[in-house]
Design a protein around this ligand. Structure first.
Ligand SMILES: [Zn+2]
Ligand SMILES: [Zn+2]
Length: 245
């Protein structure tokens, strides 16, 4: 997309859902450090990135300055477990996940500088919101189109229908756990560089999704790795089986 700049605004390439080696849950799966993730994103032309680890915001001033040196705006964010299991992406709340682990807590702390996205809402798996998305629609500023799909097998349709029905912006996210996932599905956001500016632009719907299915080979690689992760959790922690990304 051409970079049409007007009043300091331009179309900026964004990834709003990515994990890294600091993730308390997915650290076994994510080999890349936050710095490696930022560098790879910068090399691929991203100008906006949020590292959304499970229940932990790894954003820091040092990381943000490192990202800025690469031309990337780093957005504070995390993927919280709500009501014990349902994944919700929260941005710029600057508080612990324990203060965002119910829909009502998110409602009470949301303000004009925060953002909430429903990720992979209708994918198979007990972490996916499904009907809770529409029942709590006021909580969500935008709905994710997940990059986890292959030609002929795409669980995004219901989420996109809900977004259209309720006039919510759709954000394309890679849900990046491995660096090769960058660049397949992402979002162009028309904004000035800046955290608050980016979140406001999303809320105003100044977004365009670019999305390409994963090649079957890469999808199978991902599913095999994810299965290993689930199995290892079950063996090592004796927790209930969890799926989802
Ligand atoms: Zn998830
Ligand atoms: Zn995720």
């Amino acid at each position: 997309m051409s970079k049409i700049v007007k009043n300091g605004e331009s179309w900026m390439k964004a990834e709003m859902h990515a994990h890294c080696s600091l993730d308390p849950e997915d650290y076994k799966l994510c080999r890349h450090s936050p710095e490696q993730l930022i560098s790879e994103a910068a090399d691929l032309g991203y100008a906006i990135l949020s590292i959304t680890c499970h229940n932990e915001d790894v954003w820091s001033l040092d990381l943000a300055e490192f990202a800025e040196s690469k031309g990337v705006v780093l957005i504070p964010g995390m993927e919280v477990d709500v009501e014990g299991r349902y994944h919700v992406l929260t941005y710029n709340f600057h508080t612990g996940s324990e203060n965002l682990n119910t829909f009502d807590k998110i409602r009470s702390l949301s303000n004009e500088d925060t953002l909430v996205i429903a990720p992979h809402a209708y994918f198979p798996g007990i972490t996916c919101l499904r009907s809770r998305l529409e029942r709590n629609l006021d909580v969500f500023d935008a709905i994710e189109r997940s990059g986890f799909y292959v030609r002929g097998l795409d669980f995004n349709r219901s989420a996109c229908n809900i977004a259209a029905k309720h006039d919510k912006p759709i954000i394309g996210n890679g849900d990046v756990h491995m660096l090769w996932q960058l660049g397949k599905t992402f979002t162009w956001i028309y904004t000035k560089p800046g955290i608050a500016e980016t979140l406001k632009a999303i809320k105003r719907g100044l977004v365009r999704v670019e999305s390409n299915p994963l090649p079957w080979g890469q999808a199978v690689q991902w599913w095999a790795t994810a299965f290993w992760r689930v199995a290892s959790w079950y063996d090592l922690q004796h927790r209930p089986l969890r799926s989802g990304a």
